[in-house]
Design a protein around this ligand. Sequence first.
Ligand SMILES: NC(=O)c1ccc[n+]([C@@H]2O[C@H](COP(=O)([O-])OP(=O)(O)OC[C@H]3O[C@@H](n4cnc5c(N)ncnc54)[C@H](OP(=O)(O)O)[C@@H]3O)[C@@H](O)[C@H]2O)c1
Length: 247
Amino acid sequence: MSHDKPVAIVTGASRGIGRGIALELAKTHTVIGTYRGRKDAAESLKAECGADIIQSDIGSAEDRNILIRYAQDVYGRLDLLVNNAGIAPRERKDILEATEEIYDEVLDTNLKGPYFLTQNAARFMLEQGHGRIVFVTSISSYTASTMRGEYCISKAGLSMAVQLWAARLAPHNIQVFEVRPGVIRTDMIEKVKDVYEEKAKNGLLPQGRLGDPVDVARPIRAIADGLLDYGTGTVLNADGGFHLRVL
Ligand SMILES: NC(=O)c1ccc[n+]([C@@H]2O[C@H](COP(=O)([O-])OP(=O)(O)OC[C@H]3O[C@@H](n4cnc5c(N)ncnc54)[C@H](OP(=O)(O)O)[C@@H]3O)[C@@H](O)[C@H]2O)c1
């Protein structure tokens, strides 16, 4: 039997941007939020907004299958998939020194994982006749950081994945979007936060401040509400104006 409320999966919902997205979506959706290792953080999300939480490693094909089957079996529907989970390289290293091991870890998590989770979700959405899919990419899709080349490559690939899935699913009432955050205050940037806070004030970000998870969650609210449905493939920047070219 199908559940009354729309259902959204948010990967990496235990902390940071994914948590902000889950809190926003929980106002209208039943949220299935995934985490990898931080069960404590996921439990606190559940306590805060009633999200259903599930341990699921985006890098594991088995976990991806189980996740989509879970939405199917427990709720009978999947209205929105938010591909948010992602990692920075464990060590920042100049591309002349960086290792294949870290490259594989970042690419498996940030690109292969969401690409194939989307394949699973899309097959189910095709059966149900509708759906929306969001990919959280990054300004690193088009900005070279030579101390974390694998991260930039993963996000550039993910931007192409958005175009591919948007084109493939457009005739089937399934809309696909890219949300491209700038520098957002989360655990991921903790070590470099002070440097970026300073840069943000000194002109790096035209809007003069770093972002918060809510700044990324709001555009996803608009997508979830169907306000962008005639614009499949659209890129939404959530970056304080970083993408502007200013002379
Ligand atoms: N923060 C930024 O400035 C920024 C800018 C642009 C784009 N982004 C992107 O936004 C997304 C979220 O970043 P964030 O800053 O919120 O990161 P974060 O604070 O480090 O949180 C990462 C989240 O992803 C989960 N996760 C990590 N690896 C996973 C895996 N293999 N399988 C499933 N879940 C996994 C974590 O789960 P646990 O809690 O269990 O570890 C956590 O919930 C990422 O894709 C990132 O690349 C971030």
